[in-house]
Design a protein around this ligand. Structure first.
Ligand SMILES: C[S@@+](CC[C@H](N)C(=O)[O-])C[C@H]1O[C@@H](n2cnc3c(N)ncnc32)[C@H](O)[C@@H]1O
Length: 311
């Protein structure tokens, strides 16, 4: 099957742009392929091994190597999560495997003050609360009220006791200068990574969306950096591949502030970050960021940067 040609029928401009970014056939092949189902065991609700044993009665589990032992691919495919009692009880949380990376990189600790600036529907907030063992405080924010309602219901179901939900434009938090130990900015984006979930993301992709999000992301990342304590960590992530929403945004932060990048070391494959795009050169420091294309680990595409504010 000519995957590139299949995508050309859906959105010619998408193919034109990202064929320049990744010349491999695998890029299009894996973007076409449905995602492998995966879950995170919620240790806020029970013991990891006990929940794992319950699941193993029904499924074959394959550990996701970049999590802290709680993430699994489900190897038997006929899974309807909605029908599982473990899902209804909040013992497991369906979550795409690469979307588990940003909280792992953030590495929040019990007792810390954490801002999740674009949090809905909350899969990463619940993961953060799990790593904090429900000790400390998470401000879980989203600009959209309807999405914030889903966030609240997911936090309740997962047994998260330390989150305060706010409905604000993320840039609002710039007024809390030097306040948070850790900040996750899992930014709104043009969602090329989500094409594996739903082809509508290919159909509706446009350069207009890329420019719109790039501008918004720059505004949000500056506010997030301002709200970060000296010595604190900000993780910036998107589920898209466009350099204007990834390297360009982090490069912008490096130019405007004293932010420093830290190398992310995890057991996974990745694609070289983009250091030059459309005639523009980005800092060599961006080599420390993580660009994941769908074929690298057979997951959604993701981009992750670990940023530290000097003391
Ligand atoms: C990629 S999604 C977040 C996914 C979430 N972190 C998770 O893991 O479940 C991006 C979110 O940003 C929110 N958003 C859009 N514009 C925003 C803004 N200006 N400030 C804060 N959040 C915003 C959207 O409503 C959306 O829920």
């Amino acid at each position: 099957m000519e995957y590139l040609e299949e995508f050309r029928k859906i959105n010619e401009k998408l193919v034109e742009r990202y064929s320049k970014l990744d010349e491999s056939e695998d890029f299009w092949k894996y973007l076409y392929k449905p995602l492998r189902p995966s879950i995170r065991i919620n240790t806020l609700k029970g013991h990891l091994n006990e929940i794992k044993s319950l699941l193993e009665e029904k499924f074959e589990l394959e550990p996701i190597p970049w999590t802290k032992g709680e993430g699994f691919f489900i190897k038997r495919y006929e899974v309807n999560f909605g029908e599982l009692i473990e899902y209804s009880l909040g013992l497991i949380i369906p979550q795409e495997a690469s979307s588990m990376i940003p909280p792992v990189v953030l590495d929040p600790q019990p007792g810390e003050l954490v801002l999740d600036m674009a949090a809905a529907p909350g899969s990463k907030t619940t993961q953060i609360a799990q790593y904090m063992n429900n000790e400390g405080c998470i401000i879980a924010n989203d600009a959209k009220r309807d999405r914030a309602n889903i966030l609240i219901s997911n936090l309740n179901k997962a047994g998260v006791l330390i989150a305060k939900v706010t409905v604000k434009d993320g840039a609002y938090f710039r007024r809390y200068e030097n306040t948070f130990d850790k900040i996750l900015l899992d930014a709104p984006c043009s969602s090329v990574g989500m094409i594996r979930k739903n082809f509508k993301f290919a159909r509706t992709w446009s350069m207009g969306k890329v420019y719109y999000h790039s501008k918004l992301q720059k505004r949000l990342i500056l506010a997030a950096y301002k709200a970060l304590k000296p010595g604190g960590v900000l993780v910036y992530s998107t589920c898209t591949v466009d350099p204007l929403e990834n390297e360009e945004v982090v490069d912008f932060l490096l130019q405007k502030t004293d932010a420093k990048l830290e190398k992310i070391n995890l057991p996974l494959k990745s694609t070289e970050p983009v250091l030059e795009w459309e005639g523009k050169k980005y800092s060599d420091e961006l080599k420390k960021t993580l660009r994941i294309h769908p074929q690298d680990n057979d997951t959604e595409a993701f981009y992750i940067a670990k940023i530290r504010k000097p003391r």
